[in-house]
Write a protein that binds this ligand. Structure first.
Ligand SMILES: NC(=O)c1ccc[n+]([C@@H]2O[C@H](COP(=O)([O-])OP(=O)(O)OC[C@H]3O[C@@H](n4cnc5c(N)ncnc54)[C@H](O)[C@@H]3O)[C@@H](O)[C@H]2O)c1
Length: 396
């Protein structure tokens, strides 16, 4: 394992970029003390004021005005790419060419062609290439995966997953990068990628075919922003409107390699649900359910027929669950957890991979894993374009 200090940078200081910056700051404070010293080197954003704010807030040395400045800095070792999806490929290529380790946000790229090129890049890279599927780091989600693998749910019967959000309900919401791009890059790429990855993570295998897909767009024009847009936030807008190019909502069914079948729905125009990733995994001997709106708990039932205690019970994550021990300053069940911890554990896992620590957290998803999510999404789009026909997902 290397004991040289690791210098880290974040490209993008918007909604998720700040989460990466906060996570690098916290990564050495959780789990074992095995990481080398981490130097918080730079936050870069084309909007320099945002970079400066994040750098000051999270204790990074420099605020830089472009991703090129990060690629050109020979002192920086590891970098998060946290900008709009269409920029992921050129930035990843430049960073890997400069010998840097890369943690790229999901979805892997703005197009399938770019995602495939990034997997070629990963195959020849001598550095770590990873993708940010943060829900894998939730202790409840990781516990459900373990329970399924241990057979505690029995042979799996059904996966039912949804990611319903309301960030696009307001028709005065600005036409940000999220609303531009080919079909599949809307709700499917933005939030569908998470629920597809989570499904494969807990059910233990890839989706090999989809069918019955339908896409829809509830708000097909949006006002042009007059200035910077951060995340899903409101911003001053013009009277001029532009076309929403991709889907607000999508549904489909899926078949996994194991034979398991599942149903999915995703929407960014689902009123009243700010961040509603939720799923049920049901087998012949048990069932588990998770809802990100209650991220420190899950439902579980494996009581046998005839038992008076049959019925889903609320399980509060605690020391018996993944990530709990060493993952909190106050290690006592019932104190809650959330998105900030997911990003911290992910940053720690990435730095474990980079430094080669002796007791690493489970590795991050690879570019190849994230290409598979995009292949599933492309198959969903093809199914929707052919009246819901079954479409095989190519293996990666
Ligand atoms: N894992 C998660 O839970 C999660 C959550 C939200 C977003 N994301 C992902 O993170 C990425 C960013 O999303 P966001 O919501 O933070 O977006 P955002 O729009 O809030 O922020 C993107 C930032 O990139 C900056 N930027 C644009 N062009 C740039 C350039 N050429 N050089 C440097 N900076 C540039 C913008 O100024 C902006 O501040 C996306 O890939 C998104 O899918 C992941």
């Amino acid at each position: 394992m290397s004991t040289q200090p690791l210098s880290v940078a974040v490209i993008g200081a918007g909604m998720a970029g700040r989460s990466h910056a906060a996570a690098y700051r916290n990564a050495t404070t959780v789990f074992g003390l095995g990481l080398p010293p981490v130097r918080l080197a730079a936050v870069a954003d084309a909007n320099l004021a945002l970079a400066e704010d994040a750098a000051r807030r999270y204790g990074f040395e420099h605020a830089l005005p472009s991703w090129e400045a990060v690629a050109a800095d020979p002192t920086i070792d590891a970098v998060s790419i946290v900008v709009g999806n269409a920029l992921h490929r050129p930035i990843a290529e430049a960073l890997v060419a400069a010998g840097k380790h890369v943690l790229c946000e999901k979805p892997l790229a703005g197009s399938l062609a770019d995602a495939r090129a990034m997997v070629e890049l990963e195959r020849s890279a001598e550095t770590v290439t990873a993708v940010g599927y943060t829900y894998r780091r939730n202790p409840a989600v990781a516990a459900i995966r373990q329970d399924a693998q241990a057979g505690e749910i029995g042979d799996l019967t059904l996966f039912s997953g949804r990611y319903w959000c309301d960030y696009a309900c307001d028709p005065r919401g600005p036409l940000s990068w999220r609303f531009k791009g080919p079909k599949g890059s809307g709700a499917l790429g933005d939030i569908g990628s998470h629920v597809i990855d989570t499904a494969e993570f807990v059910a233990g295998g890839p989706i090999v075919a989809v069918s019955g897909a339908a896409l829809s767009t509830q708000i097909d024009k949006r006002p042009l922003p007059l200035g910077a847009v951060v995340g899903h936030g409101a911003a001053p807008v013009s009277d001029e409107v532009g076309e929403v190019e991709n889907e607000d909502t999508a549904t489909f069914t899926a078949r996994f390699a194991s034979g398991l079948v599942g149903t999915f729905s995703v929407s960014r125009t689902a009123f009243g649900l700010p961040n509603g990733l939720a799923f049920d995994l049901v087998g012949v001997g048990g069932r588990a359910g998770f809802d990100q709106h209650r991220p420190a708990e899950y439902l579980f039932d494996d009581a046998q027929p005839g038992s008076r205690s049959r019925g889903a019970r609320q399980v509060i994550v605690g020391s018996e669950h993944p990530y709990f021990h060493g993952g909190y300053p106050m290690e006592a069940a019932g104190n809650g957890l959330g998105n900030t911890e997911h990003f911290t554990y992910q940053a720690r896992a990435f730095l474990d991979q980079v430094a080669g620590t002796p007791e690493p957290l489970p590795a991050c998803a690879s570019f190849a894993d994230a290409l598979r999510t995009m292949e599933v999404i492309a198959a969903v789009v093809r199914s929707a374009e052919s009246a819901g026909a079954a479409v095989t997902v190519p293996s990666v």
